[in-house]
Design a protein around this ligand. Sequence first.
Ligand code: PRP
Ligand code: URA
Length: 205
Amino acid sequence: MIIDHPLVRVKLTRLRSVETSTAEFRRRLTELATLMAFEVTRDLSTRIHPVMTPIAPYEGAMLARPVVLAPILRAGLGMVEGILQVLSDAAVAHIGLARSEETHEPHSYYFKAPLNLAAADVIVTDPMLATGGSAVAAITQLKAEGAKTIRFMCLVCCPPGIARLQAAHPDVPIFTAAIDPELDSRAYIVPGLGDAGDRYFGTVG
Ligand code: PRP
Ligand code: URA
C-alpha cells in the first residue's frame, strides 16, 4: 500500500534531496515514521478496556496484542524513534543485515528479538526495499523465531523488491511512501535517496 499524503510527499522530497544535511535527514525520517505509523497500524485489533472518567464509567479500548518493532540495521533503526512516539510501549527487536557490494545479497550479523513474537503484531522497518533480499531474510528470521503476523514498512521501494518480497512472504503487507521505477547497476533505487544508512548515520564518503 502506498501511503499517499501531502505531508509524506513533502518530507520524503526533503529526504531525497542531495542537499539535505544529516541533521535534517534524521529529523524528517523520524517525522515520516510517525506519520506512516498511523496507516501501518490502522487495522490492529483492540479489545474493550473499561475506565472510570471523573464523571462515569466508560468502555474504552486497548490494543489486543503487543507490538514488536523489528528494524533492519542500520537504516531501519532511524524509523524506530518516530514510531515509538505513538506506540511507546512497543518492544524493539534488532536484525543486523548488511548487503554485499558485489552480490547485493544480505549477510546476517546480529539477531535479537523478544520471546513473545508469536503473540505479537510485528512491524519490520527499513527505509529501502531495493532487491528485496534484506526484507526477505529479516522476515524469514522472524518467522523462524515464531512471528506470525508481520507488516513491512519502508519509505522507498521498487518493482523488483516488491515482487521478491511478495513471492517469498505473500502474507506480509508492504507499506511504502513511494514506488520508484528501477534499480541501477549497483542495485540502488533510482531516483531513490541514496544510501539510507550512510545518510542517517553521517557515514557518507
Ligand atoms: C540497505 C537498506 C536495506 C537494504 C536494501 O542496507 O537499509 O536494509 O540495503 O537493499 P535490498 O533490498 O537490496 O536488500 P545496507 O545493507 O546497505 O546496510 P546499512 O543500513 O547498514 O547501510
Ligand atoms: N540500500 C540503500 O540504502 N539505498 C538503495 O537505494 C538501495 C539499497
